[in-house]
Write a protein that binds this ligand. Structure first.
Ligand code: SF4
Length: 408
């Protein structure tokens, strides 16, 4: 059977190239909704809207590690082993190391060229290696190989794994092109007797596994992949959707009805508008939102007492009164919102602030660019009288966005 991740390209004969998919222009299909953009939209429509405004993106170490591990698994699954002796052992550890090192360097380059990025944590490399091994151990378990040291894996055994993997990284799309997602792995479901009994759509997770059941958003994401795959392959065998947590090699299965009707409703509701979508400030939604410098809603909600800041890391809007750039020392005055549109007033609350690392670099850039006016300071450490800003902080011009970008 020919596996289809999306609808076929009209110019490719059926069976010629299972991966040749039709592409749509923005005009033909409108925006695209993926599981992560659906999650953004559900948690706060404004967050989703801001993510579509071509604002400078932020890189994060956790996702860089995840991508390096994902790409390494993909490369290993697609490795060309032609002409190698099937009995050869000891080849996998150095090969996996070399591939991970290559992917790590590629990720580092992307990370450092992303407009907003913290410090690159080279010390996380051993963790990435551990996660790659954790991912490979899940593949061995799925192939019914049993527990095995990487150095004991023969070329023949890896060929069997490669046969089991039906697709490693691919874009899944519905026939209309509106729903899409990145599939990590599609593998044959092999029972204890070695029989193929179906397919497993697997999403590799490099974060912490849940302590109980899968989070609803993760279950929805896994079923989203499963349901698009089933829709595109009407003659499909039984399909399971699984989250493969590399950390500890734990597998969770997502079960339940199709999420596609709900996803199409979300697509309708999330059509991009010229004016900002509704903001739903809340501690969870705003907690890791990367668009605060462009969103006036969180600070207004704080001023109204609807959103209570907590912990020692706080987001602030301030003006820089005096700057000693060579020492990274500033006198800042905190600003408070006047309205829901992000207009601000002085508060008279002044403090000393110490900028270091990436925060100091950002501050220097702002000053070089001649920025005047309020700045958004994300994640200021407040454990004394002085504000402390470092690698983890955002330092951006305060720029509430009240009108969307024009689209073709
Ligand atoms: S800061 Fe909060 S309210 Fe604003 S876009 Fe982000 S999640 Fe929504």
């Amino acid at each position: 059977m020919v596996l289809m991740l999306g609808p076929p390209r009209p110019d490719v004969a059926a069976g010629d190239d299972a991966m040749a998919m039709k592409e749509w222009s923005y005009k033909e299909r409108g925006h695209q909704l993926s599981p992560s953009s659906w999650n953004n939209f559900s948690s706060c429509p404004r967050k989703f809207w801001l993510s579509r405004q071509r604002l400078p993106r932020k890189a994060g170490m956790a996702s860089a590690i995840g991508t390096a591990v994902h790409n390494s698994v993909e490369d290993l699954c697609n490795l060309d082993l032609d002409g190698r002796d099937g009995d050869e052992k000891g080849w996998l550890p150095p090969t996996a190391n070399a591939i991970l090192e290559q992917q790590w360097q590629a990720e580092k380059k992307t990370f450092l060229s992303t407009p907003r990025h913290p410090r690159w944590k080279q010390e996380e490399y051993p963790r990435a290696r551990k996660l790659l091994i954790g991912s490979l151990n899940i593949l061995f378990a799925k192939a019914r190989t049993g527990q095995i040291a990487l150095s004991e894996v023969s070329v023949a055994m890896w060929r069997d794994i490669q046969k089991m993997v039906l697709a490693a990284e691919g874009t899944l799309r519905t026939t209309c092109g509106r729903l899409m997602g990145r599939l990590d792995l599609l593998v044959s479901d092999i029972d204890e007797d070695g029989n193929i009994v179906g397919w497993i759509v697997a999403d590799l997770k490099t974060g912490k596994p849940p302590s109980g059941e899968l989070y609803d958003t993760v279950s929805r994401q896994l079923r989203f992949y499963r349901d698009i795959l089933c829709e595109n392959n009407p003659d499909h065998p039984p399909v399971k959707a699984e989250g493969w947590y590399s950390n500890g090699s734990v597998v969770f299965q997502a079960e339940g009805p199709s999420v596609l009707p709900e996803a199409f409703e979300a697509w309708e509701a999330s059509k991009i508008t010229d004016t900002p979508m509704e903001a739903k400030p809340g501690s969870e939604a705003c907690g890791f939102c990367e668009w605060k410098a462009w969103c006036p809603a969180w600070v207004w909600a704080q001023a109204q007492g609807e959103l209570k800041p907590s912990g020692i890391f706080r987001d602030m809007i301030a003006v820089l009164e005096k700057v000693e750039i060579e020492n990274g020392i500033c006198l800042v005055e905190r600003m408070a919102p006047l309205d829901e549109d992000g207009n601000l007033a002085r508060t008279g609350q002044r403090a000393g602030a110490v900028f270091a690392g990436q925060a100091l670099e950002r501050l220097k850039s702002l000053i070089e660019e001649g920025h005047e006016g309020p700045v958004f300071l994300g994640g200021v450490r407040l454990d004394g009288e002085t504000w402390k800003l470092g690698d983890w902080c955002d330092v951006l011009p305060w720029s509430p966005l009240l009108q969307g970008i024009k689209r073709d």
